[in-house]
Design a protein around this ligand. Structure first.
Ligand code: HEM
Length: 217
């Protein structure tokens, strides 16, 4: 047991300079340049200037992967409960903005290409476009309220509003299940949704994996 404690303490010590760097103002500024300037500029050049519209599906896929990361990070970090991982939570807003840019580029390109602005394209509960559109509206709403000003104005309601992001998981899952119409994909996506619910319950009940360190012993 002593060995395990010492090993954990040594690992924390080794990781500390890295964690400090990842949380530093310098690193955060680089991330902001990348996400707030470089990414939208690149997307604009690719989609508007170079007209690479065939990227639309891939952009949706990337947005989906980042969304999974954002939603799963919090419960996983809280359950693992290691202070070395807590910094990950501080980058969720930046990841949210990145996810929005990708999702917005995906839906805007498709709407533009498929003349998706015709409302009849979204009719029917078995229509994958309907779920994409609802998710798209939620994305826009979350993006518009993801700043400090909205946080100050909305106060307690801000958190409630942000929990709309949980709906994105089942909505985009439905979007993909109805699009692909494949049992294997559907089962994988249903399992993902169930896994998320289980993790949120564990997080809510404050169930954590206990790692022995000299400080929490
Ligand atoms: C009005 C809103 C939306 C519309 C009209 C729409 C439309 C589409 C269409 C037509 C496809 C098929 C593309 C292809 O096969 O290349 C697709 C795929 C997809 N969409 Fe959306 N979408 C919308 C919103 C969203 C949002 C908000 C997300 C967020 C993540 C999303 C994620 C995806 C994913 C992951 C795929 C599968 C991509 C693939 O398998 O390559 N969509 N969408």
């Amino acid at each position: 047991m002593e060995n395990e404690i010492q090993k954990n303490a040594k690992m924390s010590e080794k990781l500390e300079p890295w964690i400090n760097y990842l949380q530093s103002a310098k690193f955060r500024t680089s991330v902001h340049w990348l996400i707030y300037i470089f990414v939208p500029l690149t997307l604009f050049i690719l989609l508007v200037v170079l007209q690479q519209h065939n990227l639309a599906g891939q952009l949706g896929e990337w947005a989906w992967q980042i969304l999974i990361l954002i939603l799963f990070i919090k419960p996983i970090v809280k359950i693992i409960a290691r202070k070395e991982l807590m910094w990950l939570l501080t980058y969720r807003r930046e990841l949210g903005i990145l996810c929005f840019y990708l999702a917005f580029s995906h839906l805007a390109t498709i709407i533009f290409l498929l003349k998706g602005y015709q409302i009849t394209n979204y009719f029917g509960l078995k229509n994958f476009m309907l779920y994409g559109a609802i998710a798209g509206i939620i994305f826009i709403f979350l993006y518009l309220t993801s700043n400090n000003l909205a946080m100050r104005i909305l106060k307690k309601n801000w958190k409630r509003l942000q929990s709309l992001s949980y709906l994105l998981l089942p909505l985009i899952s439905a979007h993909q299940i109805l699009l692909a119409q494949e049992t294997e994909d559907a089962l994988g996506l249903i399992a993902l949704n169930i896994a998320f619910i289980i993790l949120k319950i564990l997080e809510y009940k404050k169930i954590t994996l206990k790692f022995k360190t000299q400080t929490n012993e």
